[in-house]
Design a protein around this ligand. Structure first.
Ligand code: SF4
Ligand code: SF4
Length: 400
């Protein structure tokens, strides 16, 4: 199960209704946050899904609804999924909608491809692909499957791919991203993403994995290689999300600023598990959380103050990505962030400062957002450099 989230509650007025279609999955990805030992074969009742969809259309006022089907792996239940989609598409629906699925791509048959090509304007598949074949295999053990990457890129060119980095694949980050850009031509000749385009390569560190100082130095080396790539042979590619953080969310003055949620969990997102119970998003279902977690979950309001008091003095608070599900699993409080990730976040943001400044400065004409980004970089670069230097010298002291 890979995490797929529409980011930032503030800018997204669409609603996402998630249905955990099945707990079944044919893979055992190393970074999966679901408890594989607890995995069962349960599936969602088709009539229940239909009832909920009717209710959502009747009770929701929004500009768009995403019906997001997740698992496990949704395509272990292809006939069930198809039946639901055909039912949704047959009816007259009062609000624009899209049906979305994140898939590992290993179970897509010719029959599914033909059906998908026919319905590609309403049903969107996102392929989760973790780099080149050795990287995929280390993370997901996919070498016995044949995945038709071309089918995904040709059918939904705007969807991009979702690449998750595990501790084992961090040392190959640059190679994996270059492979996806150059072999599959992802993001070529895009200087700005057209509306409704996902990042061609959405790449993030997996949540819930143990990261060491060795991983930190591997990541640093790989980010430097990637910066060189995006300034050299890859200059015509739209950078992967790991080096394309949106600095326009940065706030210079945080005093009156209400920290908004990073995603729509619990507000713009609702997730139905296979038994029909609801959760803030797919991360909170019992396949991931313990009974102890689930007992205290109702104590937290996702519509209220989500600020972590201990982040108040951190300069990057407004652009620091966080996952409330991961926080909850780790700290028994969705709003207390995982501080073991701080130095990795700072390293990634520092690499963003370097690459984004280089790419913007070489442009003759700069957009307003780019001018603001340069201002943010000017402010953040010395702060981040100092934090990085302090961390690295503490590691050197420990090692000497
Ligand atoms: S980097 Fe760490 S301290 Fe700063 S906002 Fe993120 S989680 Fe909080
Ligand atoms: S809490 Fe985490 S998994 Fe859930 S929607 Fe937010 S970022 Fe995604």
């Amino acid at each position: 199960m890979r995490k797929v989230c529409r980011m930032n509650d503030n800018v997204n007025i669409a609603k996402t209704v998630m249905f955990v279609l099945t707990h079944k999955c044919n893979l055992h990805c190393t970074y999966c946050y679901q408890n594989h030992a607890a995995r069962d074969l349960r599936c969602m009742d088709v009539e229940f899904v239909k009832e909920k969809i009717v209710e959502v259309f009747r009770t929701t006022s929004t500009n768009k609804i995403y019906f997001d089907f997740i698992g496990g792996e949704v395509f272990t239940e292809w006939p069930r999924f198809k039946q639901i989609c055909e039912w949704i598409m047959e009816g007259q629906r009062p609000i624009p909608y899209a049906i979305t699925v994140s898939t590992n791509g290993t179970l897509i048959t010719e029959e599914i491809k033909t059906w998908m090509r026919h319905h590609k304007d309403k049903v969107f598949l996102s392929l989760s692909l973790d780099g080149d074949d050795p990287m995929q295999n280390v993370n997901r053990g996919t070498n016995k499957y044949s995945i038709d990457y071309k089918f995904f890129f040709e059918t939904w060119p705007s969807q991009g791919i979702k690449m998750t980095l595990s501790a084992q694949t961090i040392p190959y980050l640059a190679r994996g991203i270059q492979y996806l850009h150059t072999y599959w031509n992802l993001g070529e000749n895009l200087s700005v993403l057209p509306e409704n385009f996902e990042n061609p390569i959405s790449c993030n560190l997996a949540y819930g994995i143990d990261l060491s100082s060795g991983n930190y130095f591997d990541l640093k080396r790989e980010l430097i290689k990637l910066i060189d790539f995006y300034m050299g042979d890859g200059v015509n590619y739209f950078p992967s999300s790991i080096l394309n953080v949106d600095f326009t969310y940065f706030k210079f003055d945080k005093n009156d600023y209400k920290v908004c949620k990073y995603c729509g969990a619990g507000t713009n997102v609702v997730c139905y598990d296979v038994d029909g119970r609801t959760y803030p998003c797919q991360f909170f279902i019992p396949l991931t959380m313990s009974p102890k977690h689930l007992k205290i979950l109702p104590n937290f309001s996702f519509a209220g103050d989500v600020r972590d008091p201990s982040c108040r003095n951190c300069q990057i608070e407004t652009i620091c990505p966080t996952c409330y599900g991961h926080n909850f699993k780790k700290n028994f409080n969705p709003f207390i962030r995982d501080k073991s990730l701080c130095i990795f976040t700072k390293l990634i943001l520092l690499a963003n400062c370097i690459l984004q400044a280089k790419r913007i400065l070489r442009k003759a004409v700069k957009r307003d957002a780019e001018l603001f980004t340069l201002k943010v970089i000017d402010y953040l670069y010395p702060i981040l450099s100092k934090d990085i230097e302090t961390f690295e010298s503490s590691i050197r002291t420990i090692e000497s």
